[in-house]
Design a protein around this ligand. Sequence first.
Ligand code: NCD
Length: 306
Amino acid sequence: MSRNVIDVTDLTVEEIGELIAVAEDILAHPAKYQDLCKHKQLATLFFEPSTRTRLSFESAMLSLGGSVLGFSEANSSSAAKGETVGDTVRTVSCYADIIAMRHPKEGAPYAAAQFSEVPIINAGDGGHNHPTQTLTDLLTIHREKGRLSNFTIGFCGDLKFGRTVHSLVNALSRYENIRYILISPEELKLPRYVKEESLKKRGISYTQTTDLDSVIPELDVLYMTRVQRERFFNEEDYLRLKDSYVLTPEKLVHAKPDLSILHPLPRVNEIAVAVDRDPRAAYWKQVKNGKFIRMALILKLLNIPA
Ligand code: NCD
């Protein structure tokens, strides 16, 4: 049975530590890794739009000396003819050694994994989870802060539909002494199941607020997110909520000098472009980190020693 990563907790904390160490080593010595996946193939099955996740997976495999195949929209696959994800994945696992899959339906990568002969990586399932973005976020926090414990993190924006938030809250709940401040409009609060399963079950407390300004001075990490238009049931609600938070240089005046600002991207309007010049902005470094942690993950799931 091959090893899948559907949920971030499919990896132990120790394994995540190893992946971070390998990613750091790849960043420092990329040439050492350039042939490790020779003759291996990665399939990217994207039933939903993507820029960073799909291209970083592809770039990761190419930088390991492997090759890539796949599709980037459901309409160009037999899904358009009514094929099930199970049959699609069963087919693709005849051609590829490892599969990264994104799908608008929650649980689709889990269902697909039941039909696959090769490892399946969840590259985002609906409003549920996004474990490889979380690995990217953990690598970024580790590089920026030098630790994965003892800090205060604010999650800001669409905490209801933001799958990157759900996965990162879940992942961080296994580390020591993290304070969570959940900043969102009333309608876009973190779902109850995430609070129950990731926080309350582990006895972790959190603060909820609608006001970013009042908590920004307390934060070591600020995780901004976009309002997830495609998951709304009506456009009016989206239009009303989309600009709930806009991070500007003025808002950052009272933030800590060593704050790290993360965002999984794409950004719509929630971080002013002027913030990009602030040394606390870490989101473009985060984009780059995404490739290297995915290289480490591909090696691990293919059982190729780094
Ligand atoms: C995120 C996603 O797809 O969930 N993007 C990404 O993978 N970096 C965040 C988002 O779309 O808002």
